[in-house]
Design a protein around this ligand. Structure first.
Ligand code: ADP
Length: 492
């Protein structure tokens, strides 16, 4: 057996200077699928360490921004190679610490690898040479891209390797230094990724790691005038707190905020759709990763004529779902991230059940789920997306029926909700899919398939409105938001 299956991991602030290991500050990390299993411990950063990290990154910026882009890109490529070599370890740690299915873990590490290679390639295209611009005779004009300064990279627990890595390598390859704050729940895997990044040659003062409490570390970062920008993925509410803190700084340059936030993703199915395919795609979109994806399906609109058939097949499919240990290859749905998440979801379940809205429910087997933070996948009947008060970040699906003559009202209701992340449409009528897809205001539209794919460079990911600022992660424009533009006009 590989030792990473049961190794004790430890994470602590990595600041480019030696940090004392403080036993008193250590917090125990246990597994979401079995709270009796210890994965390791983490020493959270203090406010003083957060300030120190910013200072080190600030000092490192001038030298790093002048480091040739080829050198910066080569570090990302070596990091990608190292993550591939350590894929088994990283995906196992994602399972042990974050409760991810091993198959989700593979996708996750592959996505992080893709981010590194894609941003390395894109940085060479964008940053290596100045772009010549047309101009009047007698002068030449050039445009150069360079780093902006120090970026804070604040990431969530649901993609603890892919999003965490994607944010910080994008900022770094564009010439910025970075202070990275991973989510509280997934510090161990973040620490391991940073160790590999240092092994790949990233200078230790260019990327700092601050495991820690969001409001404590986050408020230091977002109020420090030396922070040029924040790249953030998490809830819309936290993005707004960060935005306000950045705006309230005095004597600070106007900041860049790149935020990818919540979703309230919908799918519309008309009566020409194939019910079996719809159900396969709905189950995948709503319950994969226990519904803990920004892209997951939350509200399914079924045209009246097809609704009963789809719900009947869905009930059968949900009864088949196996819920349990994410390391078991036969498991379909693992735990949710922690007790707080479980309690929040169960409060919603209770309310929906009390209102008589339960349509379908998967079964938990206590032998596999009693010691972890599990929530059974469920589907509830609702009147429409307008009644959804908040995103339920777990395996809970909401189903509404609509009449064909009310389609425009459904589209308007989805758009009015203001969360424009992912959207799906299922129909064999091409003019229907074209009509719906063109009117819906979201970042990623999926036609006749599930709604949770985001392949780097193929389906760049990101929303609009309450779902984020753009540009899309893994897309051709992403690095540009991390860069300054400087022109040079020469009288010839
Ligand atoms: P989630 O609901 O997905 O946990 P959050 O927005 O709370 O979403 O968390 C996303 C990231 O934001 C985490 O790394 C968390 O620690 C961090 N965070 C939480 N509160 C703050 C804050 N006030 N300032 C900056 N970062 C924060």
């Amino acid at each position: 057996m590989n030792d990473f299956m049961d190794r004790d991991y430890h994470a602590k602030p990595l600041l480019g200077v030696e940090v004392n290991d403080d036993d008193a500050q250590r917090q125990r990390v246990t597994s979401p699928y079995d709270r009796r299993q210890v994965v390791g411990s983490v020493q959270w950063a203090t406010r003083a360490q957060a300030e120190q990290a910013v200072e080190i990154a600030w000092q490192a910026f001038p030298r790093w921004s002048e480091t040739p882009v080829e050198e910066r890109a080569a570090i990302l490529e070596r990091h990608a190679d190292l993550m591939e070599t350590h894929l088994a370890e990283l995906m196992t740690l994602c399972s042990r610490e974050g409760g991810k299915l091993l198959t989700d873990g593979v996708d996750e590490i592959r996505e992080a690898v893709d981010f590194c290679r894609y941003y390395a390639a894109r940085s060479r295209e964008l940053f290596a040479e100045p772009t010549s611009l047309p101009g009047p005779t007698g002068e030449s004009n050039e445009l150069m891209l360079g780093g902006k300064g120090v970026f804070a990279a604040i990431s969530p627990w649901n993609f603890p390797v892919a999003i965490f890595t994607g944010q910080l390598v994008a900022a770094a390859v564009a010439g910025n230094t970075v202070v990275a704050k991973p989510a509280e729940q997934t510090s161990l895997v973040a620490n391991r990724v940073i160790e590999l990044l240092f092994e790949a040659g990233m200078p230790r003062d260019v990327v700092q790691l601050l495991p820690g409490d969001g409001p404590t570390v986050g408020s230091v970062l977002s109020s420090d005038p030396r922070i040029t920008g924040v790249v953030f993925t998490g809830s819309t509410a936290t993005a707004q707190i960060i935005n306000r803190a950045l705006a309230a700084r005095e004597n600070a340059p106007l900041p860049t905020l790149i935020a990818e936030t919540g979703g309230m993703n919908a799918m519309i199915v008309d009566s020409t759709a194939l019910p079996e395919q719809v159900v396969a795609d709905v189950v995948h979109s709503a319950f994969q990763s226990a519904g803990q994806r920004c892209s997951a399906l939350r509200v399914l609109y079924l045209q009246d004529d097809i609704a009963d058939r789809v719900i009947e097949i869905l009930r059968g499919a949900m009864a088949e779902l196996r819920i349990g240990d994410p390391r078991d290859l036969g498991t379909d749905v693992g735990p949710v991230i922690d007790e707080e998440a479980r309690e929040g979801l169960l409060a919603h379940v209770e309310k929906m059940k009390a209102e008589g809205r339960l349509l379908a429910e998967a079964q938990l087997d206590p032998a596999h789920t009693d010691n972890g933070t599990f929530v059974a996948p469920m589907a509830f009947r609702i009147d429409g997306i307008a009644s959804m008060e908040s995103e339920q970040f777990g395996p809970l699906l909401h189903i509404a029926r609509y009449r064909a003559d009310k389609l425009d009202e459904v589209i308007d209701a989805i758009n009015a909700k203001g969360f424009g992340l992912t959207f799906g449409v299922h129909s064999r009528n091409e003019s229907f899919t074209d009509y719906v897809a063109s009117r819906i205001r979201v970042g990623n539209v999926y036609v006749n398939r599930d709604i949770i794919g985001a392949v780097v460079g193929v389906q760049p990911f990101g929303g609009q409105g309450f779902s984020g600022t753009g540009p899309k992660a893994g897309g051709p424009h992403y690095l540009l938001r991390f860069a300054t533009e400087k022109t040079r006009t020469i009288n010839t």
